[in-house]
Write a protein that binds this ligand. Structure first.
Ligand code: ZN
Length: 172
C-alpha cells in the first residue's frame, strides 16, 4: 500500500471521483500518515494552499492545508465539519483539480471548524478570511462539490472553453 501512496497524483475534472460524497476516516495509523505526507508533497508541488483526499482519488473525509505557506502552518483535518458560518465575502479561487480555472466564489468570512487530527484527537478552532475560505473549499470537495458549481454567470461563460478542453483531455 505504501508503494501505491507514492504513486498517487492529482486528478482533474471531470474525473467522477471528484463528484463522490466521501466516507469518514475510521483508521488512524501509518497508512493515513503516509497518505497525508504524499498529499502535502503534491499540494506544495502544485503551489496550492489546500488539497483534499478525493483530489488524489481517495474518497475519504480529510484534507491538508497551509494558508501562509510557512512550514509551521501545515494543518491536517480529518472528518472536518464547518459550523456557525458568519459573514459573506466574494474572492477568486483556483483548484488543483481544475487547472486554468479561476473564478469568484462567495463564502462565509468566518466559521468554526470541528475536526480530528492525524491521531484522531478532536480539535475545534475558529477560522476567518483565507483559512476559513480554504476549509470551506476543501470541505466542499469531501461532498463532491467544485468551485464551478458555485461560480456566477459571467465566470460560467468565461470558463466554458477551458472546461470543455479538460473534458476532452479526460476522454482521450
Ligand atoms: Zn479544490
Amino acid at each position: 500500500m505504501t508503494e501505491d501512496i507514492k504513486n498517487l497524483h492529482i486528478i482533474h475534472y471531470p474525473d467522477p471521483r471528484l463528484r463522490q460524497t466521501c466516507g469518514p476516516v475510521t483508521e488512524f495509523g501509518d497508512e493515513l500518515a503516509a497518505l497525508v505526507k504524499r498529499m502535502f508533497e503534491l499540494m506544495e508541488t502544485g503551489k496550492g494552499v489546500g488539497l483534499a483526499a478525493p483530489q488524489v482519488g481517495i474518497t475519504k473525509r480529510l484534507f491538508v492545508m497551509n494558508p501562509s505557506g510557512e512550514p509551521d502552518d501545515k494543518r491536517v483535518l480529518v472528518n472536518p465539519a464547518i459550523r456557525d458560518p458568519h459573514g459573506s465575502v466574494e474572492a477568486e479561487e483556483g483548484c488543483l483539480s481544475l487547472p486554468g480555472i479561476n473564478v469568484q466564489v462567495r463564502r462565509a468570512q468566518r466559521c468554526r471548524v470541528t475536526t480530528q487530527d492525524l491521531e484522531g484527537h478532536p480539535i475545534e478552532f475558529e477560522a476567518e478570511d483565507l483559512p476559513a475560505r480554504i476549509c470551506q473549499h476543501e470541505t466542499d470537495h469531501l461532498n463532491g462539490i467544485l468551485i464551478i458549481d458555485r461560480m456566477g454567470p459571467s465566470d460560467r461563460i468565461a470558463t466554458r472553453q477551458t472546461l470543455r478542453a479538460l473534458e476532452d483531455q479526460y476522454q482521450h
